[in-house]
Design a binder for this molecule. Structure first.
Ligand code: AMZ
Length: 293
């Protein structure tokens, strides 16, 4: 029941019983409980209720690293690359100047090779900014996780090992509760791994449901078909994922316009990652942050 409908009902009961004070007391007592309940289930509520509850979607500008440069790929294809900055630290500082509270970093060579490669760039960024940063790409063992968290990364995104080594992934998430993010990269709904050079038969929803109850920080759900294409996000797939799980889902891939950001917020997503659109200027970071409110 939407919160507004509940409030109407309480008023109605008050009038029926002729005890307005009774109705008001019920409202005062039950209001916060119902508010908390609906807030927790906000993805099922209409937009205006979501906004009234003060929910703000997180906006994560993306910096993808390759050879120490800031690049974007199209659909994750290493052969279709555009270089947007020679100094990723500069790019990070510009995002911070524009109001970024979060940064999503990807080590593209790391993802393909199975171990972090662009660490000097990551460290330079971390030394220069004071906002929440996450990193994905090639993180596959406990020692790397420990070191990367020590560097000052708030959370780490793991994709390949979540698919290929589920027992280890479960164990490591328990060891570092709410610091690891399940990275789900899907090509036509099926999980891709190893820099997206391999595609499995496992569906995105199946992988997500496998880790229900495991203390992950979030799911970053990337739709490969839309990634880097400036053609809009796959909102229905994103919303389906957010509705299927009880952890925050961050939508990734194809965000191009202010309307895309607004629609993802209205769909109840916890966050969205924006890459090429910010570099090409189809929307600005301040506009995106505003649209996410
Ligand atoms: O663009 C790609 N080819 C690519 C990419 N962006 N390949 C992997 N990744 C990102 C995922 C996730 O954040 O979106 O790397 C991370 C997963 O890395 P791994 O090594 O754990 O699968």
């Amino acid at each position: 029941m939407p919160y507004s409908a509940y409030l109407e009902q309480v008023t109605h009961w008050g009038a029926d019983f002729g005890h307005l004070r009774f109705g008001a007391s019920c409202g005062i007592f039950l209001g916060p409980i119902l508010f908390a309940y609906f807030n927790a289930n906000r993805q099922n509520l209409p937009t205006q209720i979501v906004k009234r509850n003060g929910f703000v979607m997180e906006v994560w500008p993306a910096i993808d690293l390759r050879g120490g440069l800031c690049v974007r790929l199209e659909q994750g294809d290493y052969a279709r690359e555009t270089v947007y900055g020679e100094d990723p630290r500069e790019v990070a500082l510009q995002f911070v100047e524009q109001g970024a509270q979060y940064l999503h970093l990807v080590d593209l060579e790391g993802a393909r090779e199975g171990l972090p490669v662009n660490l000097p760039s990551v460290q330079e960024i971390l030394a220069s900014v004071d906002i929440t940063c996450e990193l994905g790409g090639g993180i596959r063992d406990e020692q790397s996780i420990e070191e990367l968290l020590d560097f000052g990364l708030e959370r780490l995104v793991l994709g390949t090992s979540a698919l290929k080594d589920p027992d280890w992934f479960r164990e490591i998430c328990t060891k570092f509760p709410h610091r690891l993010v399940l990275g789900i990269d899907a090509r036509d709904g099926r999980i891709a791994t190893d820099g997206w050079l391999e595609t499995s038969d496992v569906t995105a929803i199946k992988l997500a449901s496998q880790y229900q109850g495991v203390p992950i920080a979030a799911i970053v759900y990337t739709d490969i078909a839309t990634d880097g294409m400036l053609s809009g996000p796959n909102i229905s797939a994103m919303q389906e994922m957010q509705n299927a799980v009880d952890v925050p889902v961050v939508a990734s891939g194809g965000v191009t316009t202010v309307q895309d950001v607004r629609r993802l917020a209205e769909a109840g997503m916890a966050g969205c990652i924006i890459g090429r659109a910010l570099y090409e200027g189809t929307l600005t970071l301040p506009e995106a942050i505003e649209a996410a409110r």
